[in-house]
Structure formats: structure tokens, C-alpha cells
Design a binder for this molecule. Structure first.
Ligand SMILES: Cc1cc2nc3c(=O)[nH]c(=O)nc-3n(C[C@H](O)[C@H](O)[C@H](O)COP(=O)(O)O)c2cc1C
Length: 194
């Protein structure tokens, strides 16, 4: 038997409604790519540069699809498009470094996001130090997470990489760079309570 219609259910709307400014919008299924991207633009995320180095070479890209999985063992999840040069190199090198960007790193973030820019061009003008895994850490990063690849699973266009953190480098507590609403924003520490 079909369940009775939910009297509290509200009508759905289509991706076309994205152009309509409304305080509240409900969506239909399946989700359109543009609609998903619009939704994701509202999810603020830390801006990072993910790097690798080793037998497969040195590469880096700007990435915001980075989050914590667990602290035992300390593990990050990093989603890398399989079409990037970084993806295969990370898996072959078995190592990556997540460099958390600060407020002065917007130009750097744009450089590491520009398709096809050479590795030399991307890494130029900054100080990089190889960490224990060999992956380059940005000397001025708010925090650098030195990681070994623990596992990788392919989902759609991306490799979802589980990266075990084997080293951390902190700098002075600085404002962090966040990507939200298709723009970079600096985020500072909370002011102490009065
Ligand atoms: C703010 C921002 C966040 C990004 N986040 C990711 C990400 O999490 N994963 C990813 O694969 N690409 C991400 N990109 C796109 C890559 O930086 C871009 O495709 C990459 O630099 C291309 O590198 P390639 O020319 O070496 O292939 C992001 C771009 C920007 C501007």
C-alpha cells in the first residue's frame, strides 16, 4: 500500500528557480550539476594548497575539499580531480602535504588553481621545505599537514584520498583563508569574551 501523502510536504522547484531570489527554495531530484555547485558555493571551506614530491614528480593544486576524518590515527580526507596532474603523482609518491593558507595567500591560491600552469610557475616566489614524506610544505602556511596516503577510492571524477598525518608544522596563529560564495575571505580568531 502506498503511504498517505504527507500533508506537511512542500512543493518542489526546479533548477531554473536558481535565478529566482527567494528566501527559501526547495529542490527536485535528480539534482542538476549547476544546482549542486550553487549549493556548494554556500558551504565555506578552508583554502589549501595540496602538494606532493617524489619519484613521480612535484605538483600542487589549490584544494578546498579537505576535512578531518579521525584523530586516531590522525587522518584527513582530500578529494582530488583525477584529471589533475597532482592526482596520479600523489598516488605514485604515496605522500602529500596539505598547506592551510592564510589571509595573504589569495594570489598563491589563484596561481595553484589556474589550469595548465607549470609546476615551476606555481611554486615560484615562495619558500618550500620538504617534510618527512618529501612533500613540500609552504613555509608561511598557517599549518602544514605532512601525510602518507592510506587509501584511495574513486567517486565520479575524483579520487577520495585518505591521508594519514605523520607531521605538523605550525606558524604564528594567523588569519585563515576561506573560500565562500565563490570568493576568498580572511577568517580571524574569535575575540576574547568581555
Ligand atoms: C577555491 C578552489 C578550490 C578548489 N578545490 C579543489 C579540490 O578540492 N579538488 C580538486 O581536485 N580541485 C580543486 N580546485 C581546482 C584545482 O585547483 C585545479 O583544477 C587544478 O589546479 C588544475 O591543476 P592542473 O592544471 O595541474 O591539472 C579548486 C579550485 C579553487 C579555485
Amino acid at each position: 500500500m502506498r503511504p498517505a501523502a504527507d500533508p506537511t510536504a512542500r512543493p518542489t522547484s526546479s533548477a531554473r528557480d536558481l535565478a529566482t531570489p527567494r528566501a527559501e527554495r526547495l529542490t527536485s531530484s535528480p539534482i542538476a550539476v549547476l544546482e549542486f555547485r550553487e549549493a556548494m558555493s554556500r558551504l565555506g571551506a578552508a583554502a589549501t594548497v595540496v602538494t606532493t614530491d617524489g619519484p613521480a614528480g612535484r605538483f600542487g593544486i589549490t584544494a578546498s575539499a579537505v576535512c578531518s576524518v579521525t584523530d586516531a590515527p590522525p587522518t584527513l580526507l582530500v578529494c582530488i580531480n583525477r584529471a589533475t596532474r597532482l592526482h596520479d603523482a600523489v598516488l605514485a609518491n604515496g605522500a602529500l602535504c596539505v598547506n592551510l593558507l592564510g589571509r595573504d595567500h589569495e594570489a598563491l591560491a589563484l596561481r595553484f588553481a589556474r589550469r595548465g600552469t607549470s609546476t615551476e610557475e606555481r611554486f615560484a616566489g615562495e619558500t618550500w621545505r620538504p617534510l618527512v614524506t618529501g612533500a613540500p610544505a609552504l613555509a608561511s602556511a598557517v599549518v602544514a599537514f605532512d601525510c602518507r596516503v592510506a587509501a584511495c577510492r574513486e567517486v565520479g571524477t575524483h579520487g577520495v584520498i585518505f591521508a594519514e598525518v605523520v607531521g605538523l608544522v605550525f606558524t604564528e596563529k594567523a588569519e585563515s583563508l576561506v573560500y565562500f560564495d565563490r570568493a576568498f575571505h580572511a577568517l580571524g580568531a574569535a575575540a576574547p569574551a568581555p
